[in-house]
Design a protein around this ligand. Structure first.
Ligand code: SF4
Ligand code: SF4
Length: 430
């Protein structure tokens, strides 16, 4: 079977401090949950409960885009707010767990969906607050509405590309809940009236891809595409390059592309089939400071400090805590910050983030140019930005093509914060 990839740059990204990805463990239920009223990438949400109210597991507590639900039963004891590392004010409700779980440990009722209209399916996804869980946090119902256009011959691409070892949680989910991911793909395809579903799997995961194909059956035109495993193959731009190559070589017309990841699709399944909001998620917990890295199923709202405690705590004082992949993630400044719908990984390391500390002068080795998948010159861009110069017109424009993959920063022997400076500059000089 052919393997499709992007034409230049990229790295083979390995990290020995990630957890084993073949299985997961269920984390302890949190005595105190912190449920943000806004998720990353989400819009405004208004609380529909107040301090002192009793809430049930799965109950709507915030109305907006996307809706927010209580992930444990209990009492709302506080309303808190803090600023994240980007200066964004986050408001949250704090719930003290108590009382009876409506869903946990119960046999779940299964609701047939095949006769529902795309509008009804979309409404369920919106009501249950489903978001893109692999990063952006955008409301899934909105993404599906924007994508739905049968005239364009849309393909739904299921993004099971594991180019980054910190996607261990997605991998464990694909192994343990593949039926739900596949059914979620069929539901999403029905909503957007996709002409085809493409399961995009990393080259080493052919067996898992075949399992997905068999599970999908013949109700829909489905195909399997194997991708390269160099990072950032999963990135939207690099995956689209591989897909267009596949389209041409295999003569499979793809039309426009809607890319969704396995966690989002499993959540779409749960909203439609089980009438359930996102109560928990798979999280890869690891890093050199963590005693026992593992993939955990964690209730949304669990404080990050408790997640690390569930892995045996720290072996030494962590210097850097990140939510998401250390290459592109967000620095966590407070262990009381909660796990969000988008927190696919949390790591605590004994060293700083890649390129974040102990920098030296550029030695002109050219490694950053070699690995940039977009073909930029990170050295030149960094120097012009770091010296406060806007650079020439060409440099000014080229920085907008940077998608922040972090490859340049990871390979830089001088540990210069290339990606951070270049990607973060995109709002400047425009
Ligand atoms: S972070 Fe930007 S400049 Fe660096 S390798 Fe990625 S795309 Fe290129
Ligand atoms: S990788 Fe680092 S040291 Fe090498 S040329 Fe690029 S910026 Fe300079």
């Amino acid at each position: 079977m052919n393997v499709y990839s992007f034409p230049r740059g990229g790295i083979s990204y390995e990290d020995s401090s990630v957890p084993q990805r073949d299985s997961s463990v269920v984390a302890f239920l949190p005595a105190i949950s912190v449920i943000p009223l806004v998720q990353e990438g989400g819009g405004r949400v208004s609380a529909v409960v107040s301090v002192g109210d009793t809430v049930k597991e799965g109950m709507l507590i915030g109305w907006g885009s996307p809706n927010v639900h209580a992930t444990v039963p209990g009492k709302v004891i506080r309303r808190v707010s803090w600023k994240n590392v980007h200066g964004r004010e986050i408001e949250a409700l704090v719930i003290r767990m108590g009382g009876y779980f409506e869903k946990l440990g119960k046999k779940e009722e299964s609701f047939p969906w095949e006769s529902l209209s795309p509008q009804d399916l979309r409404r369920l996804i919106s009501d249950f607050g489903i978001v893109e869980m692999e990063g952006s946090g955008r409301a899934a119902a909105q993404m599906l509405t924007t994508a739905a256009d049968p005239r364009r011959g849309l393909s739904l691409v299921v993004r099971c590309v594991f180019d980054d070892p910190w996607l261990a949680a997605d991998y464990a989910l694909c192994r343990e809940r593949y039926k739900e991911v596949v059914e979620g793909s069929l539901i999403a395809a029905a909503i957007v009236r996709a002409a085809r579903i493409v399961f995009a799997f990393s080259r080493g995961e052919r067996e898992l891809g075949d399992l997905f194909l068999r599970e999908a059956g013949d109700a829909y035109p489905v195909s399997l595409m194997l991708t390269g495993s160099r990072y950032p193959q999963r990135n939207r731009r690099e995956l689209e390059l591989a897909l267009r190559n596949y389209e041409k070589k295999e003569q499979v017309p793809l039309g426009s592309l809607l890319m969704l990841g396995p966690a989002t699709l499993a959540a779409i399944h749960d909203a439609v089939r089980l009438r359930k909001p996102i109560l928990d998620r798979y999280v890869a917990v690891g890093g050199s400071a963590v005693k026992k890295p593992q993939v955990m199923r964690v209730r949304i709202g669990t404080r990050i400090g408790e997640v690390f405690a569930g892995c045996g705590g720290f072996v030494g004082k962590p210097r850097c805590i990140v939510s998401g992949s250390p290459l592109q993630g967000r620095i966590v400044t407070d262990l009381d910050e909660p796990v969000l719908k988008t927190s696919f990984a949390v790591s605590a390391s004994l060293n700083g983030q890649a390129g974040a500390s102990g920098t030296w002068n550029c030695i002109g080795c050219g490694e950053c140019r070699r690995v940039c998948p977009v073909g930029l010159d990170p050295e030149e861009l960094y120097k012009s930005l770091a010296s406060g110069l806007a650079g020439g017109k060409e440099a000014r424009e080229s920085r907008h093509f940077c998608h922040g993959c972090g490859c340049c920063e990871l390979v830089c022997p001088s540990r210069l914060p290339l990606a951070g400076v270049i990607y973060d500059s995109q709002g400047d000089f425009s």
